[in-house]
Design a protein around this ligand. Structure first.
Ligand code: ADP
Ligand code: MG
Length: 218
């Protein structure tokens, strides 16, 4: 299994006391699987994805990423798990404005010590970015920026791809094209994909669907 959550709980401190967001979440995701995570706004989808991506820690429960238990790891070790195993794609692209497309694409793979020029070139071609390599993020459309963000996430060949409403800021046609690319690259690399979406239509394009409600998967 590339991702396993067992009885995971997570709450936040708020002005009105503790907000229990996840109340015992279980899920398992294996190589090559693609799973959509749906749920109403505020149901805890992003919270779950952050935990799976080793960006935050649960209150209780067990999380294993790439077969490695991460619940008790220190910050530096969590960062290592992220670098080695996880590729993250967010709704807000999060590109680095001062770097051109080529440098944005290579950024995380270089940090991870897994830069591979041939794979980078192939990725750029598959994502239709090969003619845009020396542009800066502000010179790209939303769909182009999100293709860069996907390329950056895949550049280090992560075994687990976590995407949080990756097409949420794109119009429907552009979003569909971006999702097509992400799914075909995920299929090619055999990575596991967990994608948050509030769209039942997009969720139906993935292998299976999980729904988050009342802090649990239903
Ligand atoms: P979703 O992605 O499904 O819309 P989130 O996981 O972002 O939901 O948020 C779940 C709930 O937790 C929401 O009510 C949100 O306001 C709250 N929340 C998220 N992050 C924090 C935080 N850092 N501090 C306090 N409350 C938070
Ligand atoms: Mg969210």
């Amino acid at each position: 299994m590339l991702l396993e959550l067992e009885d995971v709980t997570k709450s936040y401190a708020t002005g009105e006391g503790r907000l229990e967001v996840l109340r015992g979440v279980n899920l398992a995701l294996g190589e090559g699987e693609s799973v959509a995570l749906t749920g109403e706004s505020g149901s805890g989808k992003s919270t779950l994805l952050h935990l799976a991506g080793a960006l935050d820690r649960p209150d209780s429960g067990r999380i294993a990423v790439g077969g490695r238990e991460i619940s008790g790891l220190a910050d530096a070790e969590l960062a290592q798990v992220r670098r080695e195993t996880v590729g993250l794609v967010f709704q807000q692209f999060n590109l680095i404005p001062s770097l051109d497309v080529a440098a944005n694409l290579a950024f995380q793979a270089r940090i991870a010590g897994r830069h591979d020029a041939n794979w980078m070139q192939r990725l750029a071609e598959r994502l239709g970015l090969d003619k845009l390599m020396s542009r800066y993020p502000e010179q790209l459309s939303g769909g182009q920026q999100q293709r860069v963000a996907i390329g950056r996430a895949l550049a280090a060949r992560p075994r687990l791809i976590l995407a949080d409403e990756p097409t949420g800021n794109l119009d429907e046609a552009t979003g569909d094209a971006v999702l097509d690319l992400m799914l075909s690259l995920q299929g090619e690399t055999g990575a596991a994909l967990l994608m948050v979406t509030h769209s039942a239509r997009l969720a139906a394009r993935l292998g299976s669907r999980l729904h988050l409600q009342g802090g649990r998967i239903t």
